[in-house]
Design a protein around this ligand. Structure first.
Ligand code: AMP
Length: 192
C-alpha cells in the first residue's frame, strides 16, 4: 500500500498517517520529521534547512526529493509507505512519479484532507498547548508568524497538487473537519 496525504498544515495528515501505519504495518514517511531530525543532528542538510523551516518556507525540491528517494529504498518500505508532507510542489510530484516508475512502484491512493482554514490556527495553538502541557517543546515553526507563512506556501505551491492528481484520476477527498475517528473511517472506506 503506497499512499500520499495532502492537506494544509494542521489538517491531520500526521495523525491519520500514524493510525494507518499501525493498521497496515507500513512506515509513515514525514519529510517534516526527517528534516527536523537532520536539524537536531546538525547534518549538512539540517544546517541548510533550519532557517528556511523556521521561517515557514519550503526547503528546496532537490533536498526533499533525495531524502525521500533514499528513504523509499530502505527495507521497511518494501510493503509500502505513507507519505506525509511530501510531495508539496508540482515539481516534487513529478519527481515522485519519476522515482516510483524507476523503482517499478505504483501509488495506490492520494488522499486530500479538506479543512476550513479558520480552524487551522486553532489546531496549531492546541498542538502547542498540548505539547507544552506534556512537558515537551513546541516546534519552532508553530508560532503565528511562521504558521501564516506555511499556510501561504500551501496555498501557492501545494494546493495545485490536487489538480495534478485529480487530472490523472488518483485524487480522493475526505472531510478533515470531522472528528478523528470519522476521518479514519472515511479513509478506510476509500482504501477498502
Ligand atoms: P511539516 O512537519 O510537514 O509541517 O513540515 C515542516 C517544515 O519542513 C515545512 O514548513 C518545510 O519548511 C519543511 N518541509 C517538510 N516537507 C517538505 C517538502 N516536501 N518540501 C519542502 N519543504 C518541506
Amino acid at each position: 500500500m503506497r499512499l500520499i496525504f495532502l492537506g494544509p498544515p494542521g489538517a491531520g495528515k500526521g495523525t491519520q498517517a500514524k493510525l494507518l501505519t499501525e493498521r497496515y504495518g507500513i512506515p509513515q514517511l514525514s519529510t517534516g520529521d526527517m528534516l527536523r531530525a537532520a536539524v537536531a543532528q546538525a547534518t549538512e542538510v539540517g544546517k541548510r534547512a533550519k532557517a528556511v523551516m523556521d521561517a515557514g518556507q519550503l526547503v528546496s525540491d532537490e533536498i526533499v526529493n533525495e531524502i525521500v528517494s533514499d528513504r523509499i529504498d530502505q527495507p521497511d518500505c518494501a510493503k509500502g509507505f505513507i507519505l506525509d508532507g511530501y510531495p508539496r510542489t508540482v515539481p516534487q510530484a513529478v519527481a515522485l512519479d519519476g522515482m516510483l516508475a524507476e523503482k517499478g512502484l505504483k501509488l495506490d491512493a492520494v488522499i486530500e484532507l479538506k479543512v476550513d482554514e479558520a480552524a487551522l490556527v486553532r489546531r496549531m495553538e492546541n498542538r502547542v498547548a498540548e505539547t507544552v502541557a506534556a512537558g515537551g517543546t513546541a516546534r519552532s515553526d508553530d508560532n503565528p508568524e511562521a504558521f501564516r507563512r506555511r499556510l501561504e506556501e500551501y496555498r501557492v505551491k501545494t494546493a495545485p497538487l490536487s489538480e495534478h492528481y485529480a487530472r490523472s484520476g488518483r485524487l480522493k477527498t475526505v472531510d478533515g473537519m470531522a472528528d478523528v475517528d470519522t476521518v479514519t473511517a472515511d479513509i478506510q472506506k476509500i482504501l477498502a
